[in-house]
Design a binder for this molecule. Structure first.
Ligand code: PMP
Length: 359
């Protein structure tokens, strides 16, 4: 079997050793005679798996004790609604509009109340992150929402906004665990597992305790953070297998040297690719250099008529999922933690060959 070099934006490549371990434990988890897929979510076996996963996440991210970690479902998309439901508290939130995912978060919040767009990079097709000096923040906002890595547009915050006493909320879906994060600077961090933490189905929310318990009365239980905080994410059946895989991925990260080591590797990988793009007039990287995502590298071919040939040629060499999101076109190489540097090297080599042949 040859494993594909998978540049998918998510669900995305997983560390091979995690897949191997899941395979080895598939029919009999730790001598219980049960697969994790079959376990009761109330049984001591699964509870120990979930506890270990949370403990590992707390450790690698150095999550302070006054934060809850919630294991939920519904994806980042459900958080687009849960955040305003729980945090608006009758006051207007500020949103920073940086691309396709920020747009979705804004649309959803608008269904629930008055929303202020404090800054936007729409004027230049979302190819940059607006500097905080250009933000028009509401003095008494309920919270400030950012999309700290725009998976589709390929931008990333390489700095933490300062919002004073106003809670900062970040959709970190596509770059959490790629580098260390100072969690204490945020009120809420949310992310789906299907990029850097494992498999689809699990959504994690890291929330400062004082922000729990503010949903208006009449909020359905599943949409109230308090429900999940008070039940240890056990109010309903959690996505058990995804929690298990996330626990294995967190363990893998720790074994690699933690988030410092991840950051170093991710910098090396992204540099290889961006250097190649910058050295060529055949490929175009539209994102402003200081705002480039280290996880989702977006680029176009100067001659878009060659797009299909580029993708087909890549597939022939076993490199898959390089097509950009339909909203922006072009190409996108998602190079999350599990993408080995060798995979990026191969892509760069292919890009050079393709340019030589078609440039
Ligand atoms: N936010 C970001 C930044 C994303 O990349 C995604 C998914 N690609 C989402 C939110 C939505 O996540 P989900 O599809 O799990 O709802």
């Amino acid at each position: 079997m040859t494993r594909a070099i998978n540049f998918s934006a998510g669900p995305a490549a997983l560390p091979e050793s995690v897949l191997e371990q899941a395979k080895a434990e598939m029919l009999d988890w730790h001598g219980t005679g049960q697969s994790v897929l079959e376990m009761s979510h109330r049984g001591k076996e699964f509870l120990s798996i979930a506890e270990a996963a949370e403990a590992r996440l707390r450790k690698i991210l150095a999550i302070p004790g006054n934060y809850k970690v919630l294991f939920l479902q519904g994806g980042g998309s459900t958080q687009f609604a849960m955040v305003p439901i729980n945090l608006m508290r009758g006051k207007r939130p500020d949103y920073i509009h940086t691309g396709e995912w920020a747009k979705k978060a804004i649309e959803e919040a608008k269904l629930l109340g008055n929303v202020h767009i404090a800054a936007s990079s729409k004027d230049r097709d979302f190819t940059y992150i607006p500097a905080q000096s250009d933000w028009k923040l509401t003095p008494d906002a309920s919270y400030v929402h950012i999309t700290s890595n725009e998976t589709i547009n390929g931008t990333e915050y390489h700095w933490i906004p300062k919002t004073g006493d106003t809670p900062l909320v970040a959709d970190m879906s596509s770059h959490i665990l790629s580098r260390p994060v100072d969690v204490s600077k945020y009120g809420v961090i949310y992310f789906g597992a299907q990029k850097n933490s494992g498999t689809a189905g699990l959504t994690m929310v890291i929330i400062r305790e004082d922000l729990v318990g503010h949903a208006p009365s009449g909020t359905p239980h599943m949409f109230d953070y308090k429900t999940h905080a008070e039940t240890g994410s056990g109010y309903n059946t959690p996505p058990t297998f995804s929690v298990y895989i996330a626990g294995l991925v967190f363990e893998w990260i720790a074994k690699q040297g933690g988030l410092e080591a991840m950051a170093k590797r991710n910098h090396e990988k992204a540099k290889l690719l961006y250097d190649a793009l910058d050295a060529s007039a055949f490929y175009v990287s539209a994102v402003r250099k200081e705002d480039r995502s280290l996880m989702n590298v977006t680029f176009t071919l100067k001659n878009a008529e060659l797009d299909d040939a580029f993708l087909k040629g890549a597939e022939k060499q076993n490199m898959v999922q390089l097509k950009g999101h339909r909203a922006v076109g072009g190409m996108r190489a998602s190079i999350y933690n599990a993408m080995p540097i060798e995979g990026v090297r191969q892509l760069v080599k292919y890009m050079r060959e393709f340019e030589k042949k078609n440039g």
